[in-house]
Design a protein around this ligand. Structure first.
Ligand SMILES: NC(=O)c1ccc[n+]([C@@H]2O[C@H](COP(=O)([O-])OP(=O)(O)OC[C@H]3O[C@@H](n4cnc5c(N)ncnc54)[C@H](O)[C@@H]3O)[C@@H](O)[C@H]2O)c1
Length: 331
């Protein structure tokens, strides 16, 4: 992902790449060679101390996001753009946002799918009332933590960034699967209510082959966004049935990450808040950890969340869930 961020920055006039840090010397050298960097480090605190940086991109696995973001915020940079999911626990997610606020640093998260044509088109249709009043948002994802963070973020974007009031649901974790180091459920189903009265529903399960989809229902129509082509279908006000809405790009882009980086840089230059803000990412992340907490307490969880851990990890560590180890992939 660091390469994607770098290409995104370079596409912005006036942005210069200065330095990189990677624990692996080989990876750091390769990255520096690809982008012609003079500052190459294997210890990121040294980079933060020695270089005078305006923006930092954090592209490591989720358990490293919080310590890296907090260190960068303290170092005096102006902005930090961090990969998703926010962090490996709700407490770490809150701490990153608090550190950014305290040190007056802009903090954004790479929920870059927002900039894709299917979602931007759906947003325009919803905002212009083409499905009447939005009432339901429903998604399918392989898991709610890794892929789900994008889809729950997209549901938030389509729903005017409304926070959720409560979450309820359950999961199954009979086989331990970790994505970028964090545990994810095998299957799950959850519902929540947004503050503005819209209902959210998500079902998760890796048996669907990594595909994700989203449906927005309103009082006068429906929009479906599918992984495979044709991506966008809708029944808009006055239409008798669902029709394909042609798009110039598929669900992956190209260039979503570059569009995300452009939004972040533009927001800094114009003194505005990027739609990828920590504030929006927290709303998504609170739903994710709220979903896992609902499974732990076997009931509805009212937000704001009072817990600080990752309930799924805690249930595995305590033995409340006893998943079998994931079988090694066949060679
Ligand atoms: N936005 C998206 O669509 C998207 C897609 C894929 C991955 N991601 C996210 O990007 C993040 C990174 O994923 P990736 O695929 O690039 O991972 P990766 O494993 O390819 O790269 C991580 C890099 O971090 C380095 N690293 C590890 N510990 C370090 C430390 N202490 N200091 C400095 N460097 C360290 C590793 O050596 C490696 O080069 C994850 O959070 C993942 O969820 C986002």
């Amino acid at each position: 992902m660091a390469h994607e961020h770098a290409n995104g920055y370079l596409a912005m006039p006036g942005v210069q790449l200065v330095a990189c840090a990677d624990l692996s010397r080989e990876n750091a050298d390769a990255f520096a060679a690809d982008f012609g960097l003079s500052g190459v480090y294997t210890h990121y605190p040294t980079m933060l101390r020695k270089e005078k940086l305006d923006i930092i991109s954090v592209c490591t696995w989720p358990h490293l996001h919080a310590p890296m973001v907090i260190a960068a915020a303290k170092s005096g940079v102006k902005a930090i753009h961090c990969e998703k999911p926010m962090a490996d626990s709700w407490g770490a997610s809150l701490k990153m946002a608090e550190a950014a606020k305290k040190h007056r640093v802009r903090l954004t998260f790479n929920h870059q799918r927002r900039f894709g044509a299917p979602f931007q088109t759906a947003l325009r249709l919803i905002k212009s009332g083409k499905i009447g009043k939005l009432t339901h948002l429903e998604s399918y994802v392989p898991n709610i933590y890794d892929m789900g963070t994008h889809w729950i973020d997209l549901m938030g974007m389509l729903n005017h960034e409304s926070p959720a009031l409560w979450v309820i649901g359950q999961l199954d974790c009979r086989t331990l699967r970790r994505v970028f180091g964090a545990p994810v459920e095998g299957q799950g189903i959850w519902q929540w209510l947004y503050e503005n009265g819209v209902h959210g529903l998500i079902s998760a399960g890796s048996q669907m082959g990594g595909k994700a989809s989203l449906r927005a229902r309103g009082t006068e129509g429906q929009i479906d966004i599918n992984w495979d082509e044709p991506v966008l279908h809708a029944k808009l006000r006055g239409m008798s049935k669902m029709k394909v809405i042609p798009l110039k790009e598929n669900i992956h882009g190209p260039g979503f990450v570059a569009r995300a980086m452009a939004d972040v840089v533009k927001a800094i230059r114009q003194g505005k808040t990027s739609q990828l803000s920590a504030e929006n990412a927290l709303k998504t992340t609170e739903i994710i950890f709220g979903c896992y907490e609902s499974a732990r307490v076997r009931g509805r969880v009212d937000l704001p969340l009072k817990i600080r851990d990752n309930p799924l990890e805690a249930m595995i560590q305590s033995g409340q869930l006893r998943p079998k180890a994931q079988p090694k992939p066949k060679k």
